[in-house]
Write a protein that binds this ligand. Structure first.
Ligand SMILES: NC(=O)c1ccc[n+]([C@@H]2O[C@H](COP(=O)([O-])OP(=O)(O)OC[C@H]3O[C@@H](n4cnc5c(N)ncnc54)[C@H](O)[C@@H]3O)[C@@H](O)[C@H]2O)c1
Ligand SMILES: O=C(O)[C@H](O)[C@H](O)COP(=O)(O)O
Length: 379
């Protein structure tokens, strides 16, 4: 069996080699010619899996080691009886870590107090739910807009889009969709962005294209820059709008989900799915070997003082989003010709998820908050 896999899938050779020959490729530039005699195609979000790519090939299974599936023509695969699996939830914890690292950055650099403010989440899937629950368990006032999930759980504070847009912090986790009852492409356009209040903090880590970037920049100018922006996803990646980069507080190259464990879980989930599809027991690495432990463990925190500061110090010990922003700005200044965006993603400096770090805190209230934030906490 021939397996073509994106070179940015960690552990691909280690996991899949016992099933066939594994060839690693650049997913962004993949062509029909390269995959036509493959049986299995393993991709990430940069490969558009379309009729043009697949038609006339031997491919019978496509796996995407990602949460998002907007790069896959699902209807075509179903029509052709090509099996498909993605990796739902694989990097939900990583994205939630990114959100809290971004907020911590805004507190440390601009004094943005978020914990006692109104927080709105858009999208209540694996990521949005994780983010929502972290805020809720911290005791924050949080609501969520998800028209497709409303009513699924009456303990959740579902709200209208207008209500969420009036919040002080807005965290965006909707997928990119073009059709259906609630398509998301451009869902935050001129009219919606008018509802943003001065001083709002927006974290955009779903998909580029959900916010209309032109409208966002116009609203930023109207509010005279009194807006805090943490942006991980961009319309037209890998060619991102440098004017937008220049006004945002944090600009990162679509790496919110790039924890070491999140990326490893993505490969692992697709591997499991392929083994199921082939009616084979998984026989390569065990899960504990395929997904890394963290680097920091058993850390003691003597916490007191402003909540945002305690959290910022704890979170940034594992992941400070400013390092990814600094790297992006530096690389774009240094090198304008190459595909800087993909280079940064390919050479990402790995980070561990907060849950890999076991914390000992000196009081039970702090234990509760740190657990809510995503850390493992000794009780
Ligand atoms: N930046 C990153 O690195 C990164 C990492 C992981 C996921 N993502 C993106 O985040 C998205 C969400 O991830 P997930 O795991 O929660 O996906 P999911 O499929 O579990 O959930 C998506 C949720 O969005 C809701 N939704 C759909 N249309 C909506 C609309 N118009 N308004 C509000 N909500 C709507 C759905 O009902 C669903 O509950 C993914 O589709 C992916 O594109 C980005
Ligand atoms: O959808 C996802 O899971 C994320 O956006 C994912 O982290 C994107 O990473 P890529 O597949 O582009 O490497």
């Amino acid at each position: 069996m021939k397996i073509i896999a994106d070179e940015n899938m960690p552990n691909a050779k280690a996991l899949f080699s016992h099933l066939g020959t594994v060839e690693l490729v650049n997913g962004r530039t993949l062509t029909h010619e390269q995959i036509k005699d493959a049986d299995v195609l393993l991709v990430r979000s940069v490969t558009k899996v379309t009729r043009e790519l697949i038609a006339g090939s031997k491919v019978r299974f496509v796996g995407s080691a990602t949460i998002g599936v907007d790069h896959i023509d699902m209807n075509y695969l179903a029509e052709q009886n090509v099996a498909f699996s993605s990796a739902p939830g694989c990097n939900a914890e990583a994205v939630a870590d990114y959100v809290f690292s971004g907020l911590s950055y805004l507190y440390l650099t601009k004094g943005v107090r978020w914990a006692s403010k109104k927080i709105g989440v858009i999208g209540f899937g694996n990521v949005g739910k994780t983010v929502y629950e972290r805020f809720a368990q911290m005791g924050c006032q949080v609501c969520v807009y998800d028209p497709l999930k409303e009513g699924v759980d009456n303990t959740v504070n579902f709200a209208s889009l207008d209500e969420v847009l009036g919040c002080d912090v807005i965290s965006l986790h909707a997928p990119l969709t073009q059709s259906g009852e609630f398509p998301t492409r451009g869902m935050l356009g001129v009219e919606e962005l008018k509802q943003l209040s001065a001083g709002v903090a927006i974290i955009s880590a779903g998909r580029g294209g959900v916010i209309d970037e032109k409208a966002l920049m116009a609203r930023y100018r109207q509010l005279k820059g009194d807006m805090h922006l943490v942006v991980d996803v961009w319309d037209g990646e890998p060619n991102i709008n440098q004017d937008l980069v220049s006004i945002v507080d944090i600009a990162t190259p679509h790496i919110a989900g790039y924890s070491k464990q999140g990326r490893e879980k993505g490969t692992w989930m697709v591997y499991q799915a392929l083994c199921r599809d082939l009616n084979l027991g998984a026989s390569a690495l065990a899960r504990k070997d395929a997904i890394s432990a963290g680097w920091l463990s058993n850390v003691s925190v003597c916490a007191g003082g402003v909540l945002e500061e305690v959290l910022a110090r704890s979170i940034h010990a594992l992941y400070d989003v400013a390092r990814d922003d600094a790297r992006l700005r530096f690389k774009y200044r240094e090198n304008k010709e190459h595909n800087v965006f993909d280079w940064l993603r390919k050479h990402y400096v790995e980070r561990d998820e907060l849950n890999t770090c076991l914390i000992n805190a000196d009081n039970s209230a702090m234990c509760k908050i740190l657990r809510a934030t995503g850390f493992s906490v000794n009780t």
